[in-house]
Write a protein that binds this ligand. Sequence first.
Ligand SMILES: [Zn+2]
Length: 231
Amino acid sequence: MTFEIPPRALVVFAHPDDADFGCSGTVAQWTAAGSAVVYCLLTSGNKGSHDLKATPAQVARTREREQRAAAEALGVEKCVFLRHDDGELEVTMRLRGEVCRVIRDEKPDLVICPDPWRPYQTHPDHRVAGWVGLDGVIAARDHLFFPEQLRKGRAHHRAGRILLFGTAEPNLIVDIGPTFERKLAALHAHASQPHNRERAEFDARMRSFAATFGKPWGVSAAEAFRYIDRF
Ligand SMILES: [Zn+2]
């Protein structure tokens, strides 16, 4: 399959670090090639802490700071934080509208989000991020969806291609051998998260995942996606 690197891409996901696990080796490759990539986070992971004294607001501040550092390590242009409550996302028209607005503002050629059809996806927020990412693409494309957004110069926008990460049925493999170290740097930027406690063991596990995805395709490290074009 031929795949062209998109000039502009938007990544829609639920929590700080989801995209860095799912697609950051690919994102680093694209930004190095000149793509403008924007991250859109539905929550700031404000329940993602085992510190019994930390308030949700403190956790969110820490995790947004970490996500910005990870984005910087990857050459991501900016992070848009929608700041919904961690663990409480629901598939609503309101949330679809918010994602639609971000797509219309950022005008990506391609949107990346989690695969909502992945079997046994247990985290509710990951399922929701997949649905509102996909549904936001359709809504952004057609001017009669959320027409109140189409004022002050904002136009409807077609993001013609979609990549789903965390998929059970990949049809596109990206060789991330050249950017694997940058993926690790992005994941290390989430310093408050449990995966950074045993870093050597974590790095080895990440290397092994990437090698497993790459092996059938003859590359040492890969990320796997479901690619949908002509959306
Ligand atoms: Zn997550």
